[in-house]
Design a protein around this ligand. Structure first.
Ligand SMILES: Cc1cc2nc3c(=O)[nH]c(=O)nc-3n(C[C@H](O)[C@H](O)[C@H](O)COP(=O)(O)OP(=O)(O)OC[C@H]3O[C@@H](n4cnc5c(N)ncnc54)[C@H](O)[C@@H]3O)c2cc1C
Length: 417
């Protein structure tokens, strides 16, 4: 690909920041502009559901100070949305009526909270959690809260539940599925976290839907389930997932399907537009198309697109990894767990130190680790080394990561280079 002379990045989040920084670090001399709908400089979202809720005050977890952008001649426009992408004119129109032209546009628009459209969703005391402003509002509400109901036992909901229990707030978690984090972790890991949260004093109600959030004078009072149960609440957090921000792409007639569709170079159906991070749907192993919501995915895809725009593009193939802190427990995941058909546990869940090795068609696909950072880091190396590590190799090496690595290298000498 010929290097563009100007790049406009839509979205001032984790991916947008990284794309701009990597372009400059790689020697890009043209104009670089970041357009962000939020008024804040790019910040990290992970602390918003973790350390950021633990105390009464928490500074916005900004990733880089404004000086970083000035020093690199990166133009940053904040508090202004891209409202239209005009492909013929190679430009983006903004909510302030500006037209920003660029040779190449990088869509890094992230994702939005999936709304739970049930009665009472707009009552005072009901929160979602994605932005620093939403985190500030939730933190303020938790200060005097006595009873929290979390709707959705995903990562964000469980992280907030863990903080709430630590703060002594009576906490109930409700989920439609049969186990927590069902789409993202193995049944063994769900069971471990079920036990962990229950022991911490949270009540977990599974296989139920929430029919309504009820209140008085506009303020939340309870949550009603399809079983008829009514759970008292003065704060409700809805954490039922996210949907990719694709409106700009859809309106511009780019291909969209659970995210902005890209090829292996993260190029959309228009050669002069890329998509990265939470908003992008890209080709992965097994002929699947996936969309990931993680810091690793956002930053690695940003680096990959910057390399492409600098004329050094490679098909995107980074090994995914992710973490979640729930109370004192750190879960780390490397590779893919969804789609796995066999799981083997190494270590002892009762001692809060173990890993679940997940296999698909007899090959290692992912590793989930609890308080075992060494397994996680070795797993990242292993899965980068080979995508075809047989189950026999893992079991034969008794889950010893060094032995597995030695075995892989002896089987696949080309991986050593
Ligand atoms: C509470 C929370 C906790 C998380 N914890 C973890 C964790 O522990 N580990 C982990 O790996 N990941 C975690 N994540 C996920 C991770 O933060 C995201 O995957 C990552 O931020 C994605 O980066 P992004 O740049 O694609 O999107 P974002 O960081 O969301 O940035 C997108 C930006 O684009 C802006 N935007 C959208 N549309 C427009 C437009 N039309 N014009 C201008 N701007 C626009 C948005 O306002 C937003 O600021 C967490 C997410 C949340 C919400």
């Amino acid at each position: 690909m010929r290097s563009p002379s100007s790049v406009l990045i839509v979205g001032a989040g984790q991916a947008g920041l990284q794309a701009a920084g990597s372009l400059r670090d790689g020697g890009f001399a043209g104009d670089v502009t970041i357009l962000g709908g939020e008024v804040h400089y790019p910040y990290q979202r992970p602390p918003l559901s973790k350390a950021g809720l633990q105390s009464d005050t928490f500074p916005a977890p900004t990733i880089r100070p404004s000086k970083y952008f000035n020093d690199r001649s990166i133009r940053v426009i904040l508090g202004e949305h891209a409202t239209r992408l005009d492909r013929a004119r190679h430009s983006v129109f903004t909510s302030n009526g500006r037209e920003l032209g660029a040779d190449h546009v990088v869509l890094a628009t992230g994702a939005s909270n999936r709304r739970l459209l049930i009665p009472g969703e707009r009552l005072r005391g009901v929160f979602y959690l994605r932005t620093v402003d939403e985190a500030d509002a939730l933190r303020a509400a938790l200060r005097d809260a006595e009873r929290l109901v979390v709707i959705g036992a995903g990562f964000i909901g469980l992280e907030v539940a863990a903080v709430a229990r630590k703060r002594g707030i009576a906490t109930t978690i409700v989920d439609i599925d049969q186990r927590p984090m069902s789409r993202a972790v193995s049944p063994q890991m769900s069971e471990y976290f079920m036990d962990l949260h229950t022991k911490a004093g949270a009540e977990i109600i599974l296989s139920r839907t929430v029919e309504a959030i009820e209140g008085h004078d506009g303020v939340v009072q309870s949550v009603r389930l399809n079983s008829g149960e009514q759970i008292r609440a003065d704060v409700v957090l809805i954490g039922v997932g996210a949907t990719p921000n694709v409106d700009l792409a859809t309106d511009a007639l780019l291909q969209v399907s659970n995210g902005i569709v890209t090829d292996e170079y993260l190029t959309t159906s228009d050669q002069s537009i890329s998509a990265i991070g939470d908003c992008a749907s890209f080709p992965a192993a097994h002929g699947e198309r996936i969309r990931l919501e993680s810091v690793q995915n956002a930053t690695d895809q940003a680096r990959a697109v910057a390399a492409k725009l600098l004329g050094r593009g490679q098909p995107y193939s980074a090994t995914p990894w992710f973490w979640s802190d729930q109370g004192e427990t750190k879960l780390q995941i490397v590779g893919r767990v969804s789609g796995c058909d066999e799981m083997l546990v190494s270590g002892d869940p009762n001692e809060h130190s173990f890993s679940v090795f997940c296999f698909r068609d007899g090959k290692l696909s992912g590793i989930e680790s609890i308080n075992r950072p060494a397994d996680h880091m070795a797993g990242r190396r292993l899965l980068k080394l080979s995508s075809a590590i047989p189950i026999e190799s893992v079991v034969g090496a008794k889950f010893d990561m060094k032995a597995i690595e030695a075995d892989v290298r002896s089987r696949e000498p080309e991986a050593v280079q």
